[in-house]
Design a protein around this ligand. Structure first.
Ligand code: B12
Length: 131
């Protein structure tokens, strides 16, 4: 019997024109922890959804460091909910006040990670929350 555990697959994207790609070093930490990571850079919410399905990922990680970012995160969450094609764990890297974090969590975001977060916390969160 093949008891090899399936590797967690993650898609990391910068919705819209968010140019803060340095935060994508999160990608490296997930990879170092043995996950398969697809970093797609700047994408529309529609493209993020399409790629997530094509790549059969478990996790979608989104960067939110521009003023347009929030509406694009919300748009992405709406698409995921409407299509209901697959359950994804959605995580966000952002600098937001608590009420905005609560707002995003109520819409389905699993966790919001702030600026300069210890990347190990992101790795542990993903490991513990992917079903
Ligand atoms: C460098 C920088 C830039 C560079 C980006 C260079 C690059 N290629 O990445 C440039 C000059 C392009 C830039 C532009 C802008 N920036 Co800027 N930028 C910064 C700065 C100084 C450092 C960011 C950085 O690279 N840090 C290094 C990385 C490794 O750390 P990090 O970003 O904190 O990432 C960590 C976490 O956030 C998290 N994380 C990040 N992404 C993700 C993704 C996922 C999925 C997860 C789970 C976690 C995660 O994990 C990372 C590891 O710890 C910050 C201020 C600061 N001191 O943080 C402002 C900052 C991020 N920028 C800001 C803003 C507003 C802008 C502009 C909109 C400014 C403007 N009015 O034009 C533009 C946006 C342009 C665009 N289209 O994207 C704001 C964001 C405010 C907010 N509430 O979101 C900040 C916080 C400055 C501020 N205090 O106002 N910026």
């Amino acid at each position: 019997m093949n008891e090899e555990k399936k590797k967690i697959r993650a898609l990391i994207a910068n919705p819209g024109f968010d140019g803060h790609w340095k935060g994508a070093k999160v990608t490296m930490a997930l990879r170092d922890a043995g996950m398969e990571v697809v970093y797609v850079g700047n994408q529309t919410p529609q493209a993020i959804h399409k790629t997530a399905l094509q790549e059969d990922v478990d996790v979608i990680g989104l960067n939110l460091l521009t003023p347009e970012g929030k509406s694009l995160i919300v748009e992405t969450l709406n698409i995921l909910q409407e299509e209901k094609t697959k359950e994804f764990l959605v995580i966000v890297g952002a600098d937001l006040p608590p009420e905005e974090i609560t707002y995003l969590k109520n819409l389905g975001v699993g966790e919001v990670f702030s600026l300069r977060v210890e990347v190990n916390l992101v790795v542990d969160y993903v490991k513990n929350n992917v079903v």
